[in-house]
Ligand binder design. Structure first.
Ligand code: ADE
Ligand code: ZN
Length: 337
């Protein structure tokens, strides 16, 4: 089987995806018109032209502006449904999806509006496509600890819909330790903790996220590779790292995809996975990420299989579901050989 076919056909999970980052320019324009929101763009082409980023903050400014068109329950449904239809077509069978409630509540959209629109779509995807899902609520790290606590309070009243808590937005200057107490409370309340760390921030932010937030998965983690003891620690722990190649390229985390450390991560024994982060803004969904990085690094059939398998191993599925998903994946690979 050629590698493009393998990537397209293999069952896979996506573990690092911001639902607001799936807002395609066409839907952005449609929702702006439906909700009478004024955008600083006249056309879909204008929107695409704004997607030139030198760093994470450049992207975040455009990302927060884009999400301003999301106001009603059906907007959040339409957003998530458009993503899920694409995932069904890409043979994605399980998704663990971030959402940024503070990007909406700060604009007067209620937490319930956001969550109900999203869960409508994820429930329908399970029924219509057999795609399972878990939602991870992120705290915006450029905001205060107090605001994060307010957000956590909302999540506590709808625990059955939210599996985990995460940490995203502007990394530099906002170390994980700023949210130590919020994460302690979130863990006490039963939420699974993850955090973006080492995307732009130093390796010490990854160590802090492990030691102070007690995260169970590392989002990005690229800069952990600068610290060999940390690499060994991550590999020995078996903890997954959610790697986002096209994001890394577009946000200049790597100068070129050919310099991407994905193979180094695998060779170091890290449970690395491939994900799309904010596919509308970074030029590709999960299969596009596999293809681009496989091309740039010359990944082998065995490496692609490892990455696909890791996507289930590194997921937060319960043990029985994970065993079944890995068995299904292995069966696919056996038959494809
Ligand atoms: N929010 C959405 N995408 C993000 C990323 N790649 N890093 C930090 N925060 C984000
Ligand atoms: Zn991300």
């Amino acid at each position: 089987m050629n590698l493009a076919r393998l990537i397209a056909d293999m069952p896979k999970a996506e573990l690092h995806l911001h639902i607001e980052g799936t807002l395609e320019p066409e839907l952005m324009m449609q929702l702006a018109s439906r909700n009478q929101v004024t955008l600083p763009y006249a056309t879909v082409e204008d929107i695409r032209q704004a997607y030139e980023f030198n760093c994470l903050q450049d992207f975040l400014d455009v990302y927060y502006l884009g999400m301003s068109v999301l106001l009603k329950r059906e907007d959040f449904f339409d957003l998530a449904w458009a993503y899920l239809e694409k995932m069904a077509a890409q043979n994605v069978t399980h998704v663990e999806v971030f959402f940024d409630p503070q990007g909406h509540t700060s604009r007067g959209v209620s937490f319930d509006t956001v969550l109900s629109g999203l869960t409508d779509a994820f429930d329908k995807a399970r029924r219509d496509f057999g795609i399972s899902s878990k939602l991870i609520m992120c705290f915006l790290r450029h905001l205060s600890e107090e605001e994060a606590f307010d957000t956590l309070e909302h999540a506590c009243s709808c625990k059955s819909h939210i599996h985990g808590v995460g940490l995203d937005s502007s990394e530099n200057g906002h170390p994980p330790s700023k949210f130590r107490r919020v994460f302690a409370e979130a863990r006490d309340q039963g939420f699974t903790p993850v955090a973006h760390a080492g995307e732009e921030g130093p390796p010490s932010y990854v160590t802090e996220a492990l030691d102070e937030l007690h995260i169970e998965r590392i989002d990005h983690g690229n800069r952990a590779l600068e610290d060999p003891a940390l690499v060994k620690r991550i590999a020995d722990s078996g903890m997954a790292m959610t790697v986002c190649p096209l994001s890394n390229k577009r946000l200049q985390v790597v100068p070129d995809l050919a310099d991407h450390p994905l193979r180094l991560m695998l060779n170091a024994g890290i449970c690395a996975t491939v994900n799309s982060d904010d596919p509308s803004y970074f030029g590709g969904y999960v299969n596009d990420n596999y293809l681009a990085v496989a091309d740039a690094l010359g990944l082998t059939h065995a490496e692609i299989v490892q990455l696909g398998r890791n996507s289930f191993i590194g997921s937060f599925m319960n043990d029985a579901d994970k065993r079944a998903a890995v068995a299904h994946f292995d069966d696919f690979v056996d038959k494809a050989n």
